[in-house]
Write a protein that binds this ligand. Structure first.
Ligand code: FE2
Ligand code: FE2
Length: 216
């Protein structure tokens, strides 16, 4: 007979950080619909065409990369967990990635007409450099081992995200687009939890390797 399917017992502690991160990540749950991005419209209209173009591409790039996190990144990493609660934590991350990806769409639709929105999606879905970034990371998600996937995820949510966060935060520093920046700040708060947790799990997994494996 097949082995019994067992429930996760949250009273059992395999790794204290799992429950700590679960509590923190679930407590900071948010939805894009609670942020009134359309109130940024007068700021938006005060920008030049070129400035709007930069913001649209920064937000569009984030939509592409967060879609990848929601469909591949947090999904594949669930195959290489060290504890069962880690799966629960990754499930939370996975949902938040879908909310992040949608929230960038909310920003674009709150400030633009349909024709412009279609143009920005078409740009990020076809731009050579954006596609290069997404495809390099996706390739590691598809073919890498659990440790390589964690590194790819932390790089994606670190360097690649932050290069796109810069523009909206720069406008915030100039007292513009405050609601758009509010969404970015909520995303950053989540990503810092994701990066810390995955970096920690990487370290644990790496320590379990033999010395020659660590070097290879
Ligand atoms: Fe995200
Ligand atoms: Fe994330």
């Amino acid at each position: 007979m097949a082995k019994n399917y067992t429930a996760i017992n949250w009273d059992d502690i395999e790794d204290e950080l799992d429950e700590f991160v679960w509590d923190k990540a679930t407590a900071q749950f948010w939805l894009d619909t609670r942020v009134p991005v359309s109130q940024d419209m007068s700021d938006w209209q005060s920008l030049t065409d070129d400035e709007r173009d930069v913001v649209k591409k920064a937000v569009g790039g984030l939509a592409l990369l967060d879609t990848l996190q929601s469909e591949a990144g947090c999904h594949v990493m669930r195959d290489d967990v060290l504890t069962r609660k880690e799966t629960a934590v990754l499930n939370d991350f996975l949902l938040m990635e879908s909310i992040h990806a949608k929230s960038y769409g909310t920003i674009l639709t709150s400030l633009n007409v349909r024709k412009d929105i279609d143009a920005i999606y078409s740009w990020m879905n076809n731009n050579e450099r954006m596609q290069y970034k997404a495809q390099v990371v996706n390739e590691i998600y598809k073919t890498g081992d659990g440790l390589q996937q964690k590194i790819a995820s932390v790089f994606l949510e670190g360097i690649l995200y932050y290069s796109n966060f810069f523009t909206p935060l720069w406008y915030l520093g100039n007292n513009k687009l405050a609601n758009l920046a509010e969404i970015i700040k909520l995303v950053i708060r989540d990503e810092s939890v994701h990066g810390t947790y995955l970096g920690y799990k990487f370290k644990l997994g790496y320590q379990q390797l033999s010395e020659p494996e660590q070097k290879s």
